[in-house]
Design a protein around this ligand. Structure first.
Ligand code: NAD
Ligand code: UGA
Length: 466
């Protein structure tokens, strides 16, 4: 018999756990949703009386949190209490690339997932549905099953895979109106089917049932890695063509438009850029490469690895082009970085191209002035320090963070557009030009500026893919 869910716990109050649970709480007012995290600072920010101070910036998120928080949406560090109360537990913790041991630099680090499983097993006193919301290697559910059933208090655990497809910056729209919801479970047993139905019923509060796909658990886990690999592959494909365009006089947006009108190809995800960033594309492809390698599928591994190789090349060649164009030296020159987030409308900077381009410019002894409308100063320093290539002292001396684009560009030798924030399109470029060193160079890594207009003002502009 299908259980009607009354109490949800989500472990992990991050970019996925926070927005996903806020939307579930809004759409399912009869369900109590308790989001827990071991990071007390993050939880405190989620509970900040001023809802604009929640730790994640996503258009529309603060309104939903304001509407639901304290009614049926709760944030706390009481992980065990929340597990104990819940009928359904979402695991939404981070699964970064391993930085040590076997699979270092490739495999997903599942230690946070395993810790959650052990905690659930220890605490649970009645039957639970455990939902993998984090992105996981195919067959992780098997390991979870093993831990839960061998450590647990003799209660029944049904494990479902329910990967998340939201993109940052559009998370709320993606959650409210998803292309599909994917639920993988043990379709061969009654209990497995009942668990899947219980989760279908949660989403059916707002998603048409035809868009809720149910599959076996391995297909679901693998589909998530596959989706990210295909999406990233499109970006590397168009970025590969951007370099050909630059050498031949073709224009990459024109090429993208021409091929995108072929309905078999489609027009989305063909925007050439300085390289994809974000917490997942690189990590998930590396994980896929690792899985292929461990299965002995060398050609498959090499095929997908090339998507990453091309992406690294794109970031590197953008940085090298800045140095080359500025007469082969940027030492002591001021480079304004417009944007630090890995895309617009988010404050997330994980794997942002801006970090790698800046690191390269620091190697060349440039001075860097950063402006991003949503990223905090300390985050920018932390991102550069994490690479370990330059001392904290050097980074803080050479990198300055300012509170407007105009300020960043004042007295700059060159400007690099790193994030496609809308406000960069409408800056007073003529005024900026006046206050820069001449020749005034602009490197547009996002293709948001109008080449002709910029040249008319006097800029020497380099647009990726032109
Ligand atoms: P995140 O780092 O923003 O959040 C994860 C949170 O989990 C952190 O706040 C951390 O403190 C917490 N945590 C870790 N271990 C814990 C434990 N044992 N108990 C309680 N809390 C714990 O990560 P994210 O971006 O939300 O990603 C989470 C997962 O979702 C990853 O597997 C990612 O691949 C996947 N995913 C992310 C996105 C995205 O856009 N960010 C989209 C789809 C899928
Ligand atoms: C991506 C996927 O789009 C989501 O479906 C998935 O759930 C998520 O990864 C995940 O698993 O984490 P996200 O990384 O948040 O979402 O953002 P995207 O819009 O995919 O952008 C990723 C990067 O690619 C950004 O740096 C963006 O600027 C870049 N990009 C995107 C391009 O350079 N060109 C494009 O055409 C599209």
């Amino acid at each position: 018999m299908t259980k009607s869910i009354k109490n949800i716990c989500c472990i992990g109050a991050g970019y996925v756990g926070g927005p996903t649970m806020a939307v579930i709480a809004q759409k399912c007012p009869e369900i109590k949703v308790h989001v827990v995290d071991i990071n007390a600072e993050r939880v405190a920010a989620w509970n900040d009386p001023n809802v604009e101070n929640i730790p994640i910036y996503e258009p529309g998120l603060s309104d939903i949190v304001a509407e639901t928080r304290g009614k049926n949406l709760f944030f706390s560090t009481k992980v065990e209490e929340a597990i104990d109360e819940a009928d359904m537990i979402f695991i939404s913790v981070n699964t970064p690339t391993k930085t040590y041991g076997m699979g270092k630099g490739m495999a997903a680090d599942l230690k946070f997932i395993e810790l959650c499983a052990r905690q659930i097993a220890r605490v649970a006193k009645d039957d639970k549905i455990v939902v993998e919301k984090s992105t996981l290697p195919v067959r992780t559910a098997e390991a979870l099953q093993d831990i839960l059933h061998n450590t647990g208090n003799d209660v029944d655990f049904q494990i479902l895979s329910n990967p998340e497809f939201l993109a940052e910056g559009t998370a709320i729209d993606d959650l409210l109106d998803p292309d599909r919801i994917l639920i993988g479970g043990d379709i061969d047993t009654d209990k497995g089917q009942a668990a899947m139905k219980a989760l279908v019923d949660v989403y059916a509060h707002w998603v048409p049932e035809a868009q809720i796909l149910t599959t076996n658990v391995w297909s679901s886990e693998l589909s998530k890695l596959t989706a990210n690999a295909f999406l990233a592959q499109r970006i590397s494909s168009i970025n590969a063509m951007s370099e050909v365009c630059e050498r031949t006089g073709a224009n990459v947006d024109e090429v993208a438009r021409a091929i995108g009108m072929d309905s078999r190809i489609g027009s989305k995800f063909l925007k050439s850029s300085v390289g994809f960033g974000g917490s997942c594309f690189q990590k998930d492809i590396l994980n896929l490469v690792y899985i292929a390698k461990t299965l002995g599928l060398e050609e498959v591994a090499d095929y997908w690895e090339q998507v990453i190789i091309l992406n690294d090349h794109q970031k590197r060649r953008f940085a090298k082009n800045i140095v080359k164009t500025l007469y082969n030296t940027v030492s002591g020159k001021q480079i304004a970085m417009l944007g630090w987030a890995f895309k617009k409308d988010t404050n997330d900077t994980r794997e942002s191209a801006a970090i790698y381009v800046s690191d390269h410019l620091l190697n060349e002894q440039a001075d860097i002035i950063v402006y991003d409308p949503k990223v905090k100063t300390e985050q920018i320093y932390a991102d550069l320090e994490y690479l370990g290539h330059h001392s904290s002292e050097e980074i803080r001396r050479r990198v300055k963070v300012v509170s407007s684009a105009k300020e960043a560009c004042h007295n700059a030798h060159a400007i690099a557009v790193m994030t496609e924030w809308d406000e960069f399109k409408t800056l007073d470029w003529a005024d900026i030009y006046e206050k820069m060193y001449k020749p005034a160079f602009v490197f547009d890594g996002r293709r948001i500026l109008d080449q002709l207009k910029m040249e008319e003002i006097g800029f020497k502009i380099n647009i990726i893919g032109n």
